[in-house]
Design a protein around this ligand. Sequence first.
Ligand code: ADE
Length: 351
Amino acid sequence: MDDAGRSDQGGLHTSHRGITALLAWYGSNKRDLPWRLTRDPYAIWVSEAMLQQTQVATVLPYYLRWMARFPTVCSLAGADEQEALALWQGLGYYRRCRMLLSGARYVALHGLPGSALEWERVPGVGRYTACAISSIALGERVPVVDGNVERVFARLTGCFDLKPVLNKKAWEWAASLVPADRPGDFNQALMELGATVCRPLNPDCSLCQVSSYCKAYEVGRVAELPVRSPSPQTVPLSYHVWIPVCDGLYGVRQIPEGEWWENMWEFPRAVLESDLKEIVGEGEVLACGGLRHSVTHHRITLTVSRIQCVVKSSDLKWVTEEELLQLPMPSPQRKALALVRKAAGSLFAGI
Ligand code: ADE
């Protein structure tokens, strides 16, 4: 080990100074975020659920709207799933919203958990979220590892392992480092460092307060870490979407359970246009163009049309424009509606 405290474990491991430097950096550089002004476990829980797979800038307005509408766990527990999904609309990964709602109902019944282990018993709360809530809100000395921490760990320690091994080692490493005082700040400092300085591309090592403890920096291999697993092949999916209009109403249907976006609402969608005809019935079809949307490694192409229906199919729910705006809809469906508006001018022009 050298003066800076470097070792194969990453010098931070053995250096109190490194941890102090990281905490000091966090203290003066952390982003000003609303969930950092509170130690309410519910508020932290909401923020962590929203932040999974999603950037801070995207989450901010959703978080503020959510907390204004559901300020307490009990207010959420009593909520209607459709209303919660409508508030979540556009954030994606709607399972997080459903699980937050089931979790809130569980907590309203059983009381707020007092430790990470208890938090893990709440439906939908995994180890990461349990440890984040418990360290930040309750001050419990537990580590947190997300993608950012994994990357910081890989670089600091010079770990060239692939994902599952890297993740396991990162949890062990983080557990050995997390201090008894300010565990929540320490965990957030690691995540913040990963999000803002030790970025996946173009990390800014000149700003890093712990670069002198970093194995990858020492050997000039920061850009190579973490080692990326080969990404899964992109799966193309193509659908036709018909936006049915009749008597100033739109025809929509609820997405069945087990499908992506279950229980949300969509305009009829099918691989074959002939299947749409069966659902929607006769009418004049106006082709409005196509759009693309990616979900995980699926690349979805939608071919969008408006259909001016002769009669209102009973397989659909017919809603006014105002009602449509209240329904939770996946974002590609909202985009489809925008496309029809653009192509057709006013949707009801010429009816
Ligand atoms: N990403 C997810 N939760 C975070 C937090 N509390 N601080 C920084 N980055 C995060």
